[in-house]
Design a protein around this ligand. Structure first.
Ligand code: TYM
Length: 344
């Protein structure tokens, strides 16, 4: 069966949004709007898989929403909402908990990283996180999912869940007139020059919201001075930049900064090196500061303006949730019939 093309993706409201979230995900969300219908979700149910202060969470949810809009997502043409307002996400996740296998979840590297050594003390939600993620996507029967490299394994799991549901319930899916397959196998869109932005302090570590050092990341709300300072202090090596991409091999910090430049400028590593090959880092960093400030400055300013009006943000979320829920509700009705539940 051919599925209608639809983009879905989500961002957690957990702390500061950073350059990795922007280049790996949100900037791509913006670009996809011209070609697809898109649903972009602030995944607050995912956020609480680790402790979130209830006094802080609303601010974080509104801040991610503001970032979506400030980066250029149009919430009227597309759908922007927060996950907890559409109960069908959690409802389908339960069904997927019964489809997914323990062995599949045991392989998830993100759980291992986040749970760390104290695994017995991790929440059940953190473990089941990927089945909720599959349900986020599949409750809209979305076909394309733009994400950074770190979400690839979760996307593969979503495909496995969709496939197993389609297989397990094949006869019922046909009997209810849905053809051969009910769920599409969602395709990850992991492209561009910055699918894995690394820490500015350590080229072997991913740039992350949870890194204890604020110097390791550029936050979307950082001002020009902070951006400049962080880039100037970013770890490098003692050699000038190579003039070809091959010369970045084994130089993770150089590769990261060149990748960031390329993604911000909307060009390739090769063309950045064609311009800055043989340059010293001091020269290149000055150019990177100018570029980063010119691209991120207006986003940060617009985010600040938007979060100052929480009622307008809440109205965007409520409107988006209403439209999302209509689609999700139809999917859940069909899923209930397929699984064999009795419903009114
Ligand atoms: P989250 O909130 O950790 O990150 C949001 C998006 O940013 C990308 N990202 C990065 N990209 C490049 N370099 C980095 N250093 C970097 N850090 C983060 C992430 O890959 C992601 O695309 N599980 C998801 C949220 C989610 C979701 C979904 C995504 C929930 N349901 C359904 C897609 C579809 C997460 O924790 O993203």
């Amino acid at each position: 069966m051919a599925f209608k093309e639809l983009v879905f993706s989500g961002v957690q409201p957990t702390g500061n949004l950073h350059l990795g979230n922007y280049l790996g995900a949100i900037k791509r969300f913006v670009e996809l709007q011209d070609r697809y219908d898109c649903i972009y979700c602030v995944v607050d149910l995912h956020a609480i898989t680790v402790w979130q202060d209830p006094a802080e969470l609303p601010r974080a949810i509104r801040e991610v929403t503001a970032a979506f809009i400030a980066c250029g997502i149009d919430p009227r043409k597309h759908i922007v909402f927060n996950q907890s307002q559409v109960a069908e996400h959690a409802e389908l996740a339960w069904i997927f908990n019964c489809v997914a296998r323990l062995g599949w979840l045991n392989r998830m590297t993100q759980f291992k990283e986040k749970a760390g050594k104290d695994r017995e003390n991790a929440s059940v939600g953190l473990y089941a996180y990927p089945t909720l993620m599959a349900s986020d996507i599949l409750v809209y029967r979305a076909t394309h999912v733009p994400v950074g490299e770190d979400q690839k394994q979760h996307l593969e799991l979503s495909r496995d869940i969709a496939q197993k549901f389609n297989n397990d319930f094949a006869a019922s899916i046909r009997a209810h007139g849905f053809g051969d397959t009910f769920f599409p196998l969602p395709e990850p869109l992991i492209t561009g020059e910055a699918t894995r932005v690394m820490s500015l302090r350590d080229g072997a570590k991913k740039m992350s919201k949870s890194d204890s050092s604020d110097q390791s990341r550029i936050n979307l709300t950082d001002d020009a001075d902070a951006i400049a300072l962080k880039i100037r202090r970013a770890k490098t090596d003692p050699h000038p930049l190579p003039s070809e991409e091959k010369g970045l091999e084994g130089r993770p910090e150089a590769d990261n900064l060149v990748g960031i430049y390329a993604a911000l400028a909307g060009t390739s590593r090769a063309s950045v090196l064609a311009q800055y090959g043989n340059a010293q880092f001091s020269t290149f960093k000055t150019a990177l500061v100018d570029l980063a400030v010119s691209k991120l400055g207006p986003i940060g300013a617009e985010m600040k303006r938007l979060v100052a009006d929480p009622l307008s943000i809440d109205a965007v979320l409520a409107d988006g949730a209403g439209r999302a829920q209509k689609v999700a509700h139809e999917t859940m009705k069909a899923v209930k019939d397929i699984v064999g539940f009795v419903r009114a």
